[in-house]
Write a protein that binds this ligand. Structure first.
Ligand SMILES: NC(=O)c1ccc[n+]([C@@H]2O[C@H](COP(=O)([O-])OP(=O)(O)OC[C@H]3O[C@@H](n4cnc5c(N)ncnc54)[C@H](O)[C@@H]3O)[C@@H](O)[C@H]2O)c1
Length: 332
């Protein structure tokens, strides 16, 4: 199989490239990435000689089309996105440009050239947020109620992907996944931010609503879900991908401090960013029953491994810190 992995130099995309080549060493991967501040070529260092790398924008239709044709791509997996909710608050336009219009441009290239599958990687956040104290969960049938520019731009992309299936018969699938953690995550996101700050005895900035929760999934479990959907998922379908394991922001801070042996006094309260969602929780029954997917990583062990990875890979994250475009303390 010849796979175009857009956003292949980012967190989940690069994990997916490693995952795929481990399992399917004869397949050909073309990583297609604009290398924004969040894209990092060293994420692919271990597999550089086994892949083709194209530096390009998913919003560049001509390059996308040429790459699909020249590389004889069978399957597109679209991870490329602006992914940081906090950055979206201060610079929403770049999110709509890449996530909405970029995805549509890539769909158009795939329709023109023809591919066996266009898989789009989306998020639980398109469904909006849930009250902290309810039994509600998001299913694939839940209405789209995005509340932030990031979520809205991802929702727009999902609608475009569905439209290309219904209107043009492009064989698409979508996964809507909960929050990921693991190696190679840019240190602007909460788990690596707390971990790298703790390792350097810096403050851990907790949003004032410390009880807000997220559902956490190990990045390699996300990769195995996409693998199953590519192989056995039905075109035109959406699959929710979540572990069912929730943790509040303060629980994450406490776990990271415990794992790094740092004091509780590093926790610092900062104001919530505008539009801070309270809670997301997915019902992943469909992918579990229809495709037999199960996450393989338990939260506490997975987090401990992840924290250990950041402790051992200071040379990877130290240069990235300076590239971050927004500070969580900016809401002060
Ligand atoms: N991180 C999570 O918890 C999570 C959860 C669910 C879904 N997702 C989705 O998974 C995908 C990957 O997320 P991530 O956390 O790896 O993000 P990331 O920010 O680490 O990586 C995104 C990658 O896309 C590249 N990129 C950005 N704009 C581009 C463009 N116009 N053209 C080509 N490449 C471009 C960046 O250079 C970067 O390498 C995103 O679509 C995101 O919405 C993420």
């Amino acid at each position: 199989m010849r796979i175009l992995v857009t956003g292949g130099a980012g967190f989940i995309g690069s994990n997916f490239v490693h995952y795929w080549l481990d399992r399917y060493p004869d397949d050909q991967i073309v990583a297609y990435d604009l290398l924004t501040y969040a894209g990092n070529r060293p994420n692919l260092a271990a597999v550089e000689d086994r892949i083709v790398f194209v530096q390009g924008d998913i919003g560049d239709g001509e390059l996308a089309e040429r790459t699909l044709r020249d590389e004889r791509i069978d399957v597109v997996v679209n991870f490329a996105a602006e992914s940081h909710n906090s950055l979206a608050v201060v610079d929403p336009s770049r999110f709509f440009r890449t996530n909405a219009l970029g995805t549509q441009t890539l769909l158009e290239a795939a329709r023109t050239v023809g591919v066996e599958r266009f898989h789009h990687v989306s998020t639980c956040e398109v469904y909006g947020d849930l009250p902290l104290d309810s039994d509600d969960v998001f299913t694939e049938e839940s209405p789209y109620r995005p509340r932030t520019p990031y979520n809205a731009s991802k929702a727009a992309a999902d609608h475009a992907v569905r439209a290309y299936f219904e209107t043009y018969g492009l064989p698409v699938t979508i996964t809507n996944c909960s929050n990921n953690y693991g190696a190679f995550q840019f240190p602007e996101k909460v788990v690596p931010l707390f971990t790298t700050n703790a390792l350097d005895d810096l403050e851990l900035p907790l949003y004032a609503s410390t009880g807000h929760k997220r559902e956490w999934l190990h990045v390699l479990d996300h990769c195995s879900a996409i693998d199953l959907v590519l192989r056995s998922g039905r075109p035109g379908e959406t699959y929710n991908v979540g572990s069912g394991v929730e943790a509040t922001i303060v629980e994450i801070a406490d776990l990271v401090l415990e794992l790094t042996g740092k004091p509780e006094s590093l926790k610092t309260i900062v104001p919530d960013r505008p539009g801070h969602d309270r809670r997301y929780l997915l019902d992943a029954t469909k992918i579990r029953t229809e495709l037999g997917w199960e996450p393989a990583h338990a939260w506490h062990e997975g987090l401990a491994e992840t924290v250990a990875w950041y402790a051992a890979n200071r040379a990877w994250w130290e240069p990235l810190r300076e590239r971050a475009l927004v500070e969580e303390t900016a809401w002060r």
